[in-house]
Design a protein around this ligand. Structure first.
Ligand code: HEC
Length: 164
């Protein structure tokens, strides 16, 4: 019996390993589900608005992250930043960044954005599987000095009304 269990465990481990390999190959071409989870939007604070043509973006994060940035401290693990993207007044998609504990280890050095991971969600909160989130990372890497955030510099000016 013990022998059988051992064999079973071994074959499960092998199955797991090959599923992982398929996933890894998939990563090179398009998106993956990663560690980013859709946040509870009701907990987030809308601190900035960006308008460009027919696009209106509401950018939000947690009260704790706002406090950290204002105090010159690193944003805590568990933080979400969300860009709610509206087109012609209609919700189009959500861009989400989430910081975890040691999540950077999931990626190679040349892709890594410290412990931040990125994801594109549709209005029904499903992941857009046609997006390679390496693209998100490669653009946001230019903001490495400000926690990979483009609009973080607006947070110190925020006091209740979204900063435009
Ligand atoms: C070509 C560069 C570029 C790419 C690619 C990109 N972003 Fe951004 N991102 C920006 C800019 C610039 C802003 C600031 C808002 C604006 O100007 O529209 C921003 C803002 C954000 C914000 C709000 C927090 C912040 O940084 O200010 C989130 C969240 C975000 N992006 C997530 C994503 C996700 C998820 C992806 C991939 C699906 C992505 N971004 C791809 C340039 C990029």
């Amino acid at each position: 019996m013990r022998q059988l269990m051992k064999r079973f465990a071994k074959s499960m481990a092998l199955a797991g390993a090959s599923a992982g390999a398929v996933l890894l190959i998939g990563w090179q071409v398009h998106a993956e589900t990663n560690r980013v989870r859709f946040p509870d939007l009701d907990r987030l604070v809308h601190y900035a608005t960006v308008k460009r043509g027919n696009v209106t973006e509401h950018i939000m994060t947690t009260p704790e992250a706002i406090e950290a940035v204002k105090g010159g401290q690193p944003v805590p693990a568990g933080t979400h930043f969300v860009l709610v993207d509206h087109r012609d007044g209609e919700l189009y998609r959500y861009f989400v960044m989430e910081k975890g504990g040691k999540w950077g280890a999931d990626y190679d050095e040349n892709r890594r954005t410290d412990d931040w991971q990125f994801q594109w969600f549709w209005p029904d909160k499903s992941v857009n599987m046609n997006e390679n989130t390496a693209r998100c990372q490669s653009c946001h890497r230019s903001q490495a000095d400000s926690e990979y955030l483009y609009t973080g510099y607006r947070i110190p000016r925020f006091s209740g009304t979204p900063v435009e």
